[in-house]
Design a protein around this ligand. Structure first.
Ligand code: ALG
Ligand code: ZN
Ligand code: ZN
Length: 328
């Protein structure tokens, strides 16, 4: 079957669903072109099939392809932000990184190296799939590219600033403690959003605070509402280079059951999307959407939520890049 794509603004867009039914053919994210089908890419979506860092249910290694498969219905115009992300920037699916499933240290190195290589041309990365361990090498690459520690918004049920699990330093519950220790985060502007659930002890929160993290809990989102929270986050971040890490378990299990460490009482997908949309205009230098574990999903609930979160993140980055003249 011959590919028929939408082309706008000189950018090669998704396969045209009015010509080739959206359920036909091999899947890339939002049916976008692959990296090898374009000359230059402004935004690259990459999959990281890695879940060797998990402490409970496995399966996030299958997350990237699940998000791709659940993104077939995505359309090119985003009315929530009045933007056409695939027309404003050349967005591509750059495929999966091949990372070692048996050696976490090597996997982390590979992710960092490949993220640096992929962004050498000034493009932005949006990573899908994998467990939260992968945020550490992605943050290293992002701060190296930014030439400075980066601000971070971390959407998650969990703090992920624990020290070790079974003596292991690099796991999905520890990436942000390592990141603070390594000095790659701008500790004036780092915040968790959506946290909830039981902890190991009060010290978890004391340590986290000492590292510089602010916390907007899932209950805060309920009591304060999206607008007030967005204002606070924007104040804290200003115009710093910002990395956004989204653990899909930030959503209530009713919205995202397909994940490894579910916690009751989470935010809704509407709240998450609205908070993200409120970040428009911020200097987002990279993002990930992690912890999608398809075997625990039902009716693609988690896949669809993750694919839409990815879409709104791409919309923000695309808008920022095109307004600042960063695209080729
Ligand atoms: N889902 C992520 N990233 N972390 C959860 C760690 C929960 C734990 O085992 O204590
Ligand atoms: Zn989590
Ligand atoms: Zn996490």
């Amino acid at each position: 079957m011959k590919e028929v794509r939408i082309e706008e603004n000189g950018h090669l867009g998704p396969i045209n669903a009015a010509v080739i039914p959206r359920y036909a053919g091999a899947g890339t994210y939002a049916r976008l072109p692959r990296l090898d089908q374009v000359e230059n890419a402004d935004i690259k979506i990459i999959g990281v099939p890695f879940d060797t860092g998990v402490s409970y249910r496995p399966g996030a290694r299958f997350g990237a392809n699940h998000v791709r498969e659940s993104s077939r219905l995505i359309r090119p115009y985003n009315p929530a932000t009045d933007t056409s992300p695939f027309a404003q920037s050349q967005v591509v699916d750059a495929g999966d990184l091949a990372v070692n499933p048996f050696n976490i240290n090597e996997a982390i190195e590979t992710i960092q190296d490949e993220a640096l290589e992929l962004t050498a041309d000034g493009s932005s990365l949006v990573t899908i799939g994998g467990d939260h361990t992968i945020a550490l090498p992605l943050l290293r690459a992002a701060s190296q590219r930014a030439g400075a520690p980066v601000a971070m918004l971390h959407f998650d049920a969990h703090l992920d600033t624990w020290d070790t699990y079974f003596g292991a330093e690099y796991t999905h519950g520890t990436p942000f403690r390592r990141a603070v220790e390594e000095g790659i985060l701008d500790t004036e502007a780092i915040c968790h959003v959506g946290t909830r659930g039981p902890l190991y002890g009060k010290k978890d929160l004391e340590d986290d605070k000492r590292f510089g993290f602010g916390i907007v809990t899932s209950s805060d989102v309920y009591y304060q509402g999206v607008r007030e929270i967005v204002d606070k986050l924007r104040d804290r971040i200003g115009n710093r280079p910002l990395y956004i890490s989204v653990d899909i378990d930030v959503l209530d299990p009713a919205h995202a059951p397909g994940t490894g460490t579910p916690e009751a009482g989470g935010i809704t997908s509407r709240e998450l999307l609205e908070i993200l949309r409120g970040l428009r205009g911020l200097n987002i230098v990279g993002a990930d959407i992690v912890e999608v574990s398809p075997a625990y999903d039902h009716a693609e609930l988690t896949g669809v939520a993750a694919s839409h979160v990815t879409y709104d993140l791409i919309s923000l980055i695309s808008d920022f890049r095109s307004n600042k003249g960063l695209n080729k």
